[in-house]
Write a protein that binds this ligand. Structure first.
Ligand code: NAG
Ligand code: NAG
Ligand code: NAG
Length: 433
C-alpha cells in the first residue's frame, strides 16, 4: 500500500507517485523516439511536445488525486504511522472533508453461525467502546451482526439511533471483509424474534474471547438469534489475540465515522479554534452523573452531597449505593475537581492565554466551581460559545450528538487532557495513537 520512509517514519505518497510517473513518462518517450527515428524532425518535435503535455497533464491530475486521497489514506491506515515516541501527536491532521473511500474491501465469505443483536448501554463513548468489542466478537464467532441499538433510557436520555450519530453505510461496508453486518434481521428471522424465539442475555463482564467461543457460540447456534442486552466492558482488555485487538482498533479508528452533519459541525468548531491558534481540549468530567455514581463529593457542599446521593439511589443501574467519598478519592478513583485541574494545568506549564475548549456537559456547581479554572486560564471556550444557537438546535436534548462533537474536537486538539480515566479518555487516546 505505502512504503514508509525510513527517516521520517511516514508514508510519502507524493514521492512515490512522482517516481512512478517519472518512470512511466521516460519509458514512453523512449519508445516514441525509437519508432519516430526516420520521420522528419518537425514531426518528432511535435510529438515530443504533445507527449510532454500529455504526461504533464496526467502528472497534474495524479498530483491532485494524491493530495485528495493522501491524508485520507493516512487516516484510514494506521499502520502507516509509526511514531518514534509513544507520545500523542502534538499537531493532529485536520479533519478531512473527503467522501468515504471509493475502493471497498472484498466481502469475507464464511458459514454464518447465526445472528447477533446487541443493545448498548451507557453514554456515547461507553457505547463506542462496546461496539468495537461486539464487532470483534461477531467476527470471531462467524455470526451476522445487526447494527447495534443505542441506549435510549440511560441517564442521558438521548433518543438518537445508530444512524443519527454514525455513518451506518460506512460502518457496514468498511467492515465487510471481516464480518457481515445488516441493518435489520432478514424477514424470516425477524418473524422468529417477533414470536419470542430468541435468547436475550447479559454476557459476563470482562470475559475473554474463549467465553464467547465456548459459552455464547453454542447458544447462538441453538437459538439462531441471540441478543446481548448489556455491552459495557463485556470483553477483557488484556491477553486477547492480536487480531482481535487490531479489529477493535480498526472499528474505533476507521469504521465508526460520525454522520456528515456532525462532522461538518465538528470541522466548523475546529476551524474557529484554529483561526485563533493552537488549542487544548479539556475533558472536564466534573459532571453531575459522574459525581453521583462515583460518590466523589469532595468539595461539594451539604446540599450538593445530598442531591448526588439521592440521585445515585434513584438510578437502578448505578449498583454501588453506599460509598465512602474519602476512600474513593484516596484510591484514585475520582475525577479531578476543577480546582485540581487548574493546578495540574499550571504545573504542566500550559500557557495562561492558550484557548482551552471544555469538552463536557454542564459542570457541576457551574460558574462557582469553574472560577479557579477561569482565573488561571481566562481563554475558556465551549461549543455553546463558539457556535450560534441555531447551529446547535438539532443537537439540543441529544447529549450523544453533543458528545460526538466534543469527540471530534478532541481528536484534532493540539493537547488533549482528560481529568478522569473513563471511556472518553480511552477511546480518544486510542484513536489519536
Ligand atoms: C469461522 O470461519 C473460518 C473460515 O472463514 C473458520 O476457519 C473458523 O473455524 C470459523 N470459526 C467458527 C467459530 O465458526
Ligand atoms: C437482559 O436479559 C436478561 C435475561 O433475559 C433479563 O433478565 C434482563 O432484565 C435484560 N436486561 C435488560 C437491560 O434488558
Ligand atoms: C429539551 O428537553 C427539555 C426537558 O427535558 C424540554 O423542556 C425542552 O423543550 C427540550 N428542548 C428541545 C429543543 O426539544
Amino acid at each position: 500500500m505505502c512504503r514508509v520512509e525510513e527517516t521520517s517514519g511516514k508514508c510519502d505518497y507524493r514521492k512515490q507517485w512522482e517516481m512512478k510517473i517519472k518512470m512511466f513518462g521516460e519509458g514512453k518517450v523512449e519508445k516514441l523516439k525509437n519508432s519516430m527515428v526516420s520521420r522528419s524532425r518537425m514531426k518528432l518535435w511535435m510529438i515530443r511536445a504533445l507527449t510532454t503535455i500529455l504526461i504533464w497533464t496526467c502528472f497534474a491530475h495524479l498530483m491532485t488525486l494524491g493530495e485528495i486521497f493522501g491524508p485520507k489514506l493516512l487516516k484510514g491506515w494506521p499502520s502507516c504511522f509509526t511514531h518514534s515516541t509513544s507520545e500523542l501527536p502534538l499537531v493532529a491532521p485536520e479533519l478531512s472533508s473527503i467522501p468515504p473511500k471509493l475502493i471497498l474491501p472484498p466481502k469475507r465469505l464464511y458459514k454464518n453461525n447465526g445472528y447477533l443483536m446487541v443493545s448498548c448501554n451507557g453514554g456515547l463513548n461507553q457505547m463506542r467502546a462496546a461496539i468495537c468489542d461486539m464487532v470483534a466478537i461477531a467476527r470471531y464467532l462467524n455470526v451476522t451482526l445487526i447494527v447495534p441499538e443505542l441506549d435510549k433510557t440511560s441517564f442521558w436520555n438521548d433518543p438518537s439511533e445508530f444512524k443519527d450519530i454514525f455513518d451506518v453505510d460506512h460502518f457496514i461496508t468498511s467492515l465487510r471483509d471481516e464480518v457481515r453486518i445488516l441493518k435489520e434481521l432478514p424477514p424470516r428471522v425477524q418473524h422468529r424474534v417477533d414470536q419470542g424465539m430468541f435468547l436475550s442475555m447479559q454476557p459476563i463482564s470482562w470475559s475473554d474471547i474463549s467465553y464467547y467461543a465456548h459459552q455464547i457460540l453454542p447458544l447462538v447456534q441453538k437459538h439462531k438469534v441471540v441478543q446481548l442486552n448489556k455491552t459495557d466492558a463485556r470483553l477483557a482488555n488484556n491477553n486477547l489475540p492480536p487480531e482481535i485487538q487490531k479489529l477493535r482498533c480498526r472499528v474505533n479508528f476507521n469504521a465508526l465515522k460520525f454522520t456528515s452533519q456532525i462532522e461538518e459541525l465538528g470541522r466548523r468548531v475546529v476551524k474557529i479554534l484554529r483561526e485563533k491558534g493552537p488549542f487544548l481540549v479539556l475533558h472536564l468530567r466534573y459532571e453531575m452523573d459522574m459525581l453521583a455514581f462515583s460518590g466523589c463529593t469532595h468539595g461539594c457542599n451539604r446540599d450538593e452531597e445530598e442531591e448526588l446521593t439521592r440521585m445515585r439511589y434513584a438510578y437502578p443501574w448505578w449498583k454501588e449505593k453506599v460509598i465512602n467519598s474519602e476512600m474513593k478519592r484516596k484510591e484514585g478513583l475520582c475525577p479531578l475537581t476543577p480546582e485540581e485541574t487548574a493546578l495540574v494545568l499550571r504545573a504542566l506549564g500550559i500557557d495562561r492565554n492558550v484557548q482551552i475548549y471544555i469538552a463536557a456537559g454542564e459542570i457541576y456547581g457551574g460558574e462557582r466551581r469553574m472560577a479557579p479554572v477561569a482565573e488561571a486560564f481566562p481563554n475558556l471556550v465551549r461549543k455553546e460559545t463558539l457556535l450560534v444557537r441555531s447551529d446547535l438546535k438539532f443537537f439540543q436534548n441529544h447529549s450523544s450528538q453533543m458528545a460526538a462533537l466534543d469527540y471530534l474536537v478532541s481528536l484534532e486538539s493540539d493537547i488533549f487532557v482528560p481529568t478522569y480515566d473513563g471511556n472518553m479518555a480511552k477511546v480518544v487516546e486510542g484513536h489519536r495513537r
